[in-house]
Design a protein around this ligand. Structure first.
Ligand code: SAM
Length: 272
């Protein structure tokens, strides 16, 4: 008997129209859908008039449900795995079943679509050539401290996920541990209240008055090597470098002063 195929289907992260034709076709054609939260997925299926057998597949049941789903795949049934929002297995269940499916020689097919981290990154204005995604920061104090030590040295753009009720605490922790770095916060991507806050952490914290909504946090990497190179330029060339990155005068002067470890006024003198 032929084995079934496992489809990893990306679903919208807010706007229900952010789903591909292929994703809808796949959801219609598979034998069953494994969903992180069946009620959530049901809303999507109803919107697209898809009727399909749904099985719950969430973090707490990942191990037992993985075996059950692998069995179904072995019996020849095809399965679409979806999470509540976005791409499965990205800070969501999926990794476990993919590993097991590989072991069992089951074909795995990605059905691409929305992913919060990618959409936040491309809109951030930060370095998109090199970036590191760290998902959710650990809550355990020791593990969290260790993670901050790693983040301190990260030269690439840092991307974090955070739950709405913890966004302010996490921003304050970042400020305390990494200093007043330049960050971008992408709020409620693809939804009515979509918004982007850009600036140094201390400024951004003031702007995030109501923490309601979903957020991606992006932190400018610690450009250790680049900073040294920039400091070898004239102040005017240094200015042009940041201007090309799309920053405004006030921000540029602040950054130059920080790179050169001098007072802001000293840099201002060059541009009056
Ligand atoms: N698998 C998802 C993906 O592909 O992006 C991520 C799921 S993770 C459990 C949920 C986190 O993703 C949220 O806490 C938030 O940090 C981020 N997120 C999801 N949807 C978002 C949106 N519309 N706007 C901003 N952040 C979002």
């Amino acid at each position: 008997m032929n084995k079934g195929k496992l489809y990893l289907v990306a679903t919208p992260i807010g706007n229900l129209e952010d789903i591909t034709f292929r994703a809808i076709k796949t959801l219609k054609e598979v034998d069953l859908i494994a969903a992180e939260d069946t009620r959530q997925t049901l809303k999507l299926l109803n919107h697209y008039e898809i009727t399909k057998k749904l099985y719950s597949y969430h973090r707490h049941s990942e191990e037992t449900k993985t075996d059950f789903l692998i069995e179904k795949l072995n019996e020849g049934q095809s399965i679409a795995l979806v999470s509540d929002a976005g791409t499965p297995a990205i800070s969501d269940p999926g990794e476990e079943i993919v590993k097991k499916a590989i072991e069992k020689n089951i074909e795995i097919i990605p059905i691409p679509g929305a992913c919060a981290l990618i959409n936040a990154l491309i809109t951030s204005g930060l370095n998109t050539r090199e970036f590191s995604f760290y998902g959710f920061l650990p809550l355990n104090k020791k593990l969290r401290n260790e993670k901050f030590e790693v983040l301190k040295k990260e030269e690439k753009t840092i991307i974090l996920y955070e739950a709405p009720h913890r966004i302010l605490t996490t921003l304050e922790d970042i400020l305390e541990r990494l200093g007043d770095r330049y960050i971008v916060i992408a709020k409620e991507l693809t939804k009515i209240h979509e918004n982007f806050y850009r600036g140094n952490i201390s400024e951004v914290i003031k702007k995030v008055e109501s923490p309601k909504g979903e957020y991606v946090i992006l932190i400018e990497g610690e450009e250790i090597k680049q900073e040294n190179t920039l400091n070898n330029l004239s102040v005017e060339e240094h200015y042009k470098y940041y201007e090309k990155e799309g920053l405004e005068k006030k921000e540029i002067i602040k950054k130059i002063a920080k790179d050169r470890k001098v007072n802001k006024n000293e840099i201002y003198q060059h541009f009056i």
